[in-house]
Write a protein that binds this ligand. Structure first.
Ligand code: SF4
Length: 403
């Protein structure tokens, strides 16, 4: 699992304020671009931190930071070589994946770093809030009550810094729509700054029960916006139980109807676990009969983090044991002509008849494989595991492919 945030050491800093900066490996970057750019020197390059380079850096307009990243011994030597440089940050080897074009937040006072955008990753998502109006049994980001509107301010700033050629980004929470009109303004800002970038928003959909709120989002006319909305059962009581909020099912369905009325793309997401499994097939029938017009349905495996860890025995179902039910659910959606996908599963734990809708979907920074996967001839087609599945629970029925 890639480390996206954590402690670093700051030396000789010119400000206590945290700031968002681009990362570059170009020590000769024009002066005008240096105020919001940090120079990254990592791995083997640390040995190239010569007196000459240090004195060039000292004499030129300073970067917003100089990031030294590598193994402990190399880092100590590089720190000595760079002594006296302003805004020096020492990053442990865990951040050696950083590359030119990435965007990070440096916090000199707290001596920590957050990696906000990785240029070469297809899985960049921006957390907009940790607040939520639900308390889902398997929430991966347990809600907090504190005012965190600064996250939205960060998102505005980040959107202005992300390069326009970026293929896609995601907005997550908590529940992003709790920001109300500021959420709509953020979508407008994304359209303005990143017009070619696909935008996936994860929301429980309940705010869109309001016709006027949905109309405002529709009026933004973002060309590549999709709302991913969870639906856990065809039975309102079961859905409300899974999200621990009475009335949620009605509001979510109402929201989906409004969103489609206003021409917005909707993906329904069903997380498969012990509490949703008994009605998985019926849920797919309900979706096909009543919500045939949604754009995509994703049947998703369980990520073992957040509340899922606490409720694991109550939620865990072995994909090996429910593989036939998963096939049946896919078959229902397929028979109605719906676009559907199976996310977050391992290829050797699904039946062959769902392989055409099987997707490698786990974000790169939290994606791993088990040692027994090494010899599997279809590993490159398999989505593997969440790192947390490897830590806490996974199926014992893996069958590495030999042909
Ligand atoms: S054995 Fe192969 S198919 Fe199964 S989880 Fe590992 S890589 Fe995926």
């Amino acid at each position: 699992m890639l480390k996206l945030r954590g402690k670093i050491q700051a030396r000789n800093t010119s400000t206590k304020q945290s700031r968002m900066v681009h990362v570059t490996s170009n020590a000769l970057l024009p002066s005008a671009l240096r105020h919001n750019t940090a120079l990254l020197i990592k791995g083997d390059q640390l040995a190239e931190l010569t007196e000459e380079l240090v004195s060039t850096l000292r004499e030129a307009k300073p970067f917003a930071g100089v990031l030294l990243c590598g193994a402990e011994a190399a880092l100590a030597a590089a720190e000595q070589a760079a002594a006296g440089l302003p805004d020096l940050y020492l990053l442990p080897e865990a951040y050696v994946y950083l590359e030119m074009g990435d965007i990070v937040r440096l916090n000199p006072e707290g001596e920590n770093i957050s990696v906000l955008f990785r240029k070469n990753s297809p899985n960049n998502s921006l957390l907009l809030t940790e607040r939520c109006n639900q308390l889902c049994l398997m929430c991966s980001q347990p809600p907090k009550r504190a005012d965190d509107s600064w996250l939205l301010d960060d998102a505005y700033e980040l959107i202005r810094m992300i390069p326009p050629g970026t293929a896609n980004i995601g907005f997550t929470g908590g529940e992003p729509t709790l920001h109300g009109d500021r959420f709509i303004e953020l979508i407008s800002s994304a359209k303005l700054n990143l017009p070619g970038t696909a935008l996936d928003v994860l929301t429980n959909g309940r705010s869109f029960k309001s016709e006027s709120f949905t109309a405002k989002l529709g009026n933004v006319r973002h060309p590549h916006l999709q709302l991913g909305i969870p639906l856990y059962s065809d039975d309102p009581v079961r859905h409300d139980y899974v999200v621990q909020s009475r009335g949620a099912f009605d509001e979510t369905i109402h929201g989906i109807l409004n969103l489609k009325r206003h021409g917005l793309r909707v993906e329904i997401r069903v997380v498969v676990h012990k509490q949703t499994l008994p009605r998985l097939v019926q849920t797919c029938e309900f979706i096909a009969r009543n919500l045939l017009f949604v754009d995509h349905v994703a049947l998703m495996g369980l990520e073992i983090t957040g509340f899922t860890r606490a409720n694991l025995d109550f939620l865990w179902a072995d994909p090996h044991d429910y593989r036939d039910t998963l096939s049946e659910a896919v078959d229902v959606l397929r028979s109605y002509g719906m676009h559907c996908s199976v996310y977050n599963h391992q290829l050797c734990l699904v039946n062959q008849d769902v392989e055409d809708v099987y997707r490698k979907s786990i974000s790169d920074w939290k994606n791993e494989y088990l040692p027994q996967c090494t010899g599997c001839v279809r590993k490159s087609e398999c989505g593997g595991f969440f790192s947390t599945q490897i830590m806490y629970r996974h199926s014992e029925y893996l069958q590495p492919f030999t042909t």
